[in-house]
Design a protein around this ligand. Structure first.
Ligand code: SF4
Length: 405
């Protein structure tokens, strides 16, 4: 638990901005004593100077000068809008700032308040979300808006516990909203913050086992005031300075306090356990186009992967998929003499837990062909308004039915 290469931590802390003694102790690093200060933080055995503790005030001062201008962020000194904070935090789960920005603007334009979102249909919400991925987030946002209106009169709850009771809000998101929107002393720990803290304290436990310790270290460092700015400062530091590769330590406000920098090995942290990828799955997708230009689609079940989204009919996606049997699961079209044509190549897509490969069959049928049970015809120009997940956009692009974007 100690910082590599340093003596075990001492009991007293000279930190000005850290919290209680217990919190400082929880930091698990050596903090300087008075005699360290007289000695210029030199170790009693004459070794490397001890590291001074990271000061929250240094990060806040850096944030005040270098904060990123993000569309969902309140201007300096202004009060954050909880609806915008909530929306952005949900959109940013598993998704980059660059990918989220245009969706955030369109979504906010379409649903400017929590009341507008609560009153919308789920289909409309899924359409506005289409392409952003992880669609359970959109369903949870919709359900969350309805809960906030019905149970809280449209006002956001402002404690972590109450926020966690809303659909789709876990520990991270509750802490982020509580800190950023309500300035509560809460500590969200996302990937950027995890990296900064792991490096600052040279946390040797590999992820994911090291997560609780990193969270405890981050929480102990969080100041009682400006907790929202502190969290956003950590996020910005991780995104712009303490980057995964070649961090710009010379520009870091915690340069002098950082254990990984002292070891000259910041890229080693956070340490990670070897990744176990899910077994690949394979299947076939069937793109059926009518002579009048309509495409056959169906809606996935509400629960489970891509729940409630639109798709072309496919086989089941299996580990032991046999391509030779694919047509036995093709949609039962009543049109005479349907000729399936297998396209060259495959469509590849990676979900969180497994990679997927789809072969694609296409067929053209008469304009009066009825849609088989649980499917529907959608005119090609209307495809852009369908809640099509990225994997299905790739399939339709592969079949030259729609543009991939
Ligand atoms: S000194 Fe370098 S490694 Fe340490 S927190 Fe700052 S940027 Fe990250």
């Amino acid at each position: 638990m100690s910082v590599a290469g340093e003596p075990r931590r001492r009991k007293k802390a000279a930190s000005r901005n850290l919290g209680s003694k217990a919190e400082v102790a929880a930091l698990g690093r050596r903090v300087p004593r008075r005699d360290d200060e007289r000695e210029g933080f030199r170790d009693a055995n004459g070794g490397e100077p001890a590291l001074p503790p990271p000061e929250p005030a240094a990060l806040l001062a850096w944030y005040d000068r270098h904060r990123r201008a993000l569309p969902w962020r309140a201007k300096p000194g202004a009060k954050a809008d909880p609806y915008r904070v909530w929306l952005s935090e949900i959109m940013l789960q598993q998704t980059t700032v660059r990918a989220v920005a245009p969706y955030y603007a369109r979504f906010l334009d379409r649903f400017p308040t929590v009341h507008d979102l609560a009153a919308a249909s789920l289909d409309d919400v899924l359409r506005a979300w289409a392409g952003l991925g992880y669609y359970a987030r959109a369903r949870n946002l919709h359900a969350g808006a309805q809960r906030i209106v019905a149970a809280h009169g449209g006002r956001f709850p402002d404690t972590e516990d109450e926020l966690r009771a809303l659909p789709g809000i876990g520990a991270y998101t509750a802490a982020a909203i509580a800190a950023i929107a309500f300035d509560r002393r809460a500590t969200p720990v996302d990937g950027n913050i995890e990296r900064v803290i792991a490096r600052l304290f040279a946390v040797d436990e590999a992820l994911p086992a090291g997560k609780p310790r990193i969270r405890a270290l981050a929480a102990a460092l969080t100041p009682p005031r400006r907790a929202g700015d502190f969290a956003q400062g950590l996020m910005d530091l991780g995104a712009t300075i303490c980057t995964p590769k070649t961090p710009a330590c010379i520009l870091c406000p915690w340069h002098a306090s950082c254990a990984a920098r002292r070891l000259d090995r910041p890229e080693l942290y956070p340490r990670k356990a070897p990744k176990r990828e899910g077994a690949p799955r394979r299947g076939a997708a069937f793109v059926v186009v009518r002579h009048d230009g309509c495409v056959l689609l169906r809606t996935r079940p509400e629960s489970g992967l891509l729940g409630g989204m639109s798709e072309v009919p496919t086989t089941v996606w299996r580990h032991d998929f046999a391509a030779a049997d694919a047509l036995s699961e093709a949609p039962a079209l009543s049109s005479d003499g349907v000729k399936w044509r297998k396209l060259p190549g495959v469509v590849s897509h990676t979900f969180t837990h497994f990679p997927l490969e789809l072969i694609v069959y296409v067929a053209t049928v008469a304009a009066d062909t009825p849609a088989p049970d649980e499917t529907r015809w959608v005119a090609t120009p209307s495809l852009a308004g369908e809640a099509l997940p990225n994997v299905m956009r790739k399939v339709l692009a592969h079949a030259a039915v729609m543009n991939p974007n």
